[in-house]
Design a protein around this ligand. Structure first.
Ligand code: ZN
Ligand code: ZN
Ligand code: FE
Length: 764
């Protein structure tokens, strides 16, 4: 420090204020040890706003202390801001950790839950260790955080560990500054901490001596076991046993949607999937997300685990319970959220037994409460970076940085893959994945989690943002909050929110050419948008182009029945629909759909690119009926090869308001290829290449009009890895700077950030 160097006196003192993730990550013990090592006296204290410390000693030692503080902080901490001021030496003797202080209105960043560290892993596997096989082992470097916290500052009485009184051994560790568990709030051992029990599906305690090895035994025998984890219940079964996977799918009413698999270690992962360095790093990171990996043909995991895809969602054990269970069971386990399709994950023992009694055969539960529901995070490595598809455990509530300082704002998100987002100062607190807003439980989950975030981060929104869709459950929820609290409500167009979330993710302010490709979003003209090109910045947008409007027979019904979309599009564009894909579709239904389209009855118009993918998938006979959103499009992607096919024809016309991409010739070309018996993989590749070309051609036209050379790609359709790669390389070849999703999902899980940012800058 310059000011210290400039003064010649030896004995000095400083006061430092530190902001960032500095609570619950072993920061105070670290400061204590560092200060003692450098022969400094003083104190350190947690407040609800920051960590404050004062140290006194020789000048050089203070300098070294400050340098090391920044260069080697504890693994899970993150210093955002460090300010240092010189003070008159108070004459400290020794070093102490002072009691935490609550400061009204102040807040701190809170650590997400952290996967079990190596040292804790060693302990639970060491037969003479007092924590041998103890499934709730943790230390200052690992373990539950956000899922157990009820208020700040983060201390044991303000967590769900409050009911467990530490035994003398644990207390000694907790008090000993040289111990890894010095001030580890969830510290526990078999004597004093939470305990497991194994229940049958009637809730009877099986009183087993070793619940984990017994559960492993049941899993090997082909039963479905519900496990109480960090953020809720997970359903587990043997991933190599096709029968039990089938049973689980039937009971969970989830016929096709891919399931994730937990594997013991990297060696096991390599047996089933190919793995690049970035993917390996992500698997082993403290966040420990599910990574979508390339699935090897030689893998012995049955296709039924993730049908019709080249990717398998894989994660490593992230709690001591997982480590012990996976070692005992000696095979990969399917792990999926303990819920019925799309409902929030169950978190209480009673609730789980009630809701999951028809799904799980046994329950491995414990007596520590879960404060907040968390799903596992899902990510993929594409374009050389980690892209979060579902941002939850391990990431939330760690905030994203805004490219400006914001007033306090709430964005409630949309109805699919809901998340909410709170802005404060230079942070965006994006919530964990909440779920689809179809069920009453999801809304309750949203309201409960929102209450917690508002309390923890001391946010009192001045303005609330929601989707432009008047009938979204999330919109109604926002309206109610706005009314109750007398706040202005800002409805934000769905695709503008997508683009702004991508800009925020990239610390960009725009203006950019925003390309928002997704399934559904309410447009400013009341029609269903989803293939949009807009001039956009953080404040506003202008729609410059879009995919041609086409009729969606039956509206939302078409989402689960892509064959209806295909029939609608073909008859609207005047194509003969006597095609083989219609096998199995009732001829009466076909003529009904045709009439609907002719007369425009219950046929909302859509410019959605997601629906175009659906239609093509159905037209090719790949998938006419979907059991989850995006299934038809995903199956179409998986059908594609890697070749460089030529493109189908399409045209871009001017309609007075902007540019429109006409797809009549494209569909005509596909029909002709089909009639000529060309392979589906060829047609699918050709289609993908064509859509990528549409993007780059439209962007070139718009660059000429606007002079803007930056493009932001967002929307759920860009989870299509083939399309994303082709679109980015096409644009980069044309000299565009391209922004894509990373930390914020490109699907609807990211729109709350866009909503909040737009509303923050909105002055109405
Ligand atoms: Zn640990
Ligand atoms: Zn203990
Ligand atoms: Fe969307």
């Amino acid at each position: 420090m310059d000011f210290l160097a400039s003064v010649g006196i030896k004995r000095r003192a400083i006061r430092a204020n530190i902001r960032g993730v500095v609570q619950g990550v072993g920061f105070r013990p670290f400061v204590y040890q560092l200060a003692t090592q450098h022969g400094l006296c003083g104190w350190v204290c947690n407040t609800s706003g920051e960590v404050i410390l004062e140290v006194e000693g020789e000048r050089g030692n203070i300098e070294d202390f400050l340098q090391e503080l920044q260069s080697s902080p504890p693994p899970c901490s993150h210093i955002e801001e460090l300010s240092v001021e010189e003070i008159a030496p108070p004459g400290f003797e020794g070093f102490e950790i002072r009691q935490s202080k609550v400061i009204l209105g102040e807040y701190q960043l809170i650590s997400p839950d952290i996967a079990t560290c190596n040292k804790c892993q060693e302990e639970i596997l060491h037969p003479t260790d007092r924590r041998y096989r103890y499934p709730f082992t943790n230390c200052t470097n690992c373990g539950p955080r956000f899922t157990i916290i009820e208020d700040i500052p983060y201390d044991r009485p303000r967590t769900t560990m409050r009911d467990f009184v530490m035994c003398p051994d644990c207390q000694r560790e907790y008090d000993d500054c040289s111990d890894r568990r010095f001030h580890a709030q969830p510290n526990a051992c078999p004597v004093c901490g939470p305990q497991l029990s194994l229940l049958d599906d009637q809730g009877n305690n099986l009183a087993s001596l070793d619940a984990i090895s017994e559960a492993a035994h049941l899993l090997r025998r082909g039963y479905v076991v519900a496990l109480k984890g960090l953020g809720g219940f997970l359903l587990a079964c043997d991933a190599l046993n096709e029968e039990v996977v089938k049973t689980l799918r039937r009971r969970k009413r989830r016929p096709h949607k891919p399931l994730a698999v937990m594997m013991e270690d990297i060696q096991e992962v390599k047996r089933h999937c190919s793995l690049c360095l970035k993917e390996k790093e992500a698997l082993l990171s403290p966040q420990c997300p599910i990574i979508l990996l390339r699935w090897k043909n030689s893998s012995t995991i049955p296709k039924l685990v993730a049908p019709n895809t080249h990717y398998l969602g894989v994660m490593l054990p992230y709690t001591p319970l997982h480590h012990l269970l996976l070692r005992d069971v000696k095979r990969p386990l399917v792990m999926t959220s303990g819920n019925l399709s799309e409902e929030p994950i169950a978190k209480d023992n009673d609730e789980a037994c009630r809701k999951l009694s028809g799904i799980a055969d046994y329950f491995l539960v414990h007596n520590r409460d879960i404060r907040t529901c968390f799903d596992d995070s899902v990510a993929q490595v594409e374009l050389g970076k980690l892209q979060l598809v579902r941002r939850a455990r391990g990431y939330a509530p760690y905030p994203l940085h805004l490219p400006f300082r914001s007033r306090e704002v709430l964005g409630v998100g949309g109805d699919l893959k809901n998340t909410f987002c709170l802005l404060k100062d230079e942070y965006a607190f994006l919530s964990q994945h909440i779920g689809d807003m179809e069920s009453v439980d999801s809304l309750a989950h949203l309201e409960d989690t929102l209450g917690l975030y508002r309390r923890l981060f001391r946010v009192k929104p001045e303005v609330i943002a929601c989707d432009l869709h008047p009938d979204y459950t999330s919109t109604r929820c926002a309206r109610r909050i706005a009314q109750e609290e007398g706040l202005p409500l800002v409805p934000v167009q769905h695709h503008h929110a997508h683009i702004v979330s991508c800009l925020t993710d990239n610390q960009e302010k725009g203006p950019v050419i925003g390309v928002a490709f997704d399934g559904t979003g309410y447009g400013s003209d009341g029609l269903i948008w989803g293939g949009e090109f807009m001039l956009s910045d953080l404040k506003g947008f202008q729609r410059l182009g879009h995919l041609q409007y086409l009729p969606l027979p039956g509206g939302d019904m078409a989402i689960r029945k892509p064959y209806r979309t295909a029939i609608g599009y073909l008859s609207y564009l005047g194509y003969d629909i006597d095609l083989p894909f219609l096998d199995g579709v009732d001829s009466q239904e076909i003529s009904l759909i045709r009439k609907q389209v002719e007369r425009g009855i219950n046929c909302p118009l859509t410019s959605s690119i997601g629906r175009l993918f659906d239609a093509v998938s159905a037209l090719l006979g790949i998938r006419g009926r979907a059991t989850f959103e995006g299934q038809a499009a995903s199956d179409l992607e998986m059908m594609a090869g890697n070749g460089k096919e030529n493109t189908y024809p399409f045209s871009i016309v001017e309609d007075g308001e902007g540019r429109v991409i006409m797809v009549g010739e494209l569909l005509g070309g596909i029909i002709s290829d089909l009639r000529h018996g060309l392979p589906l993989s060829y047609i699918s590749t050709r289609f993908h290449v064509t859509v990528a070309l549409m993007i780059s051609e439209m962007c070139q036209i718009l660059r000429q009009e606007t002079g803007i050379n930056k493009v932001a790609l967002s929307g759920g359709v860009f989870q299509n890895r083939l399309l994303l790669k082709k679109a980015v390389s096409g644009l980069e070849t044309q000299g565009f700077a391209v922004f894509t999703a990373g930390q914020i999902p490109s699907n609807d899980g990211g729109i709350s950030v866009g909503q909040a940012v737009i509303a923050s800058l909105f002055r109405g």
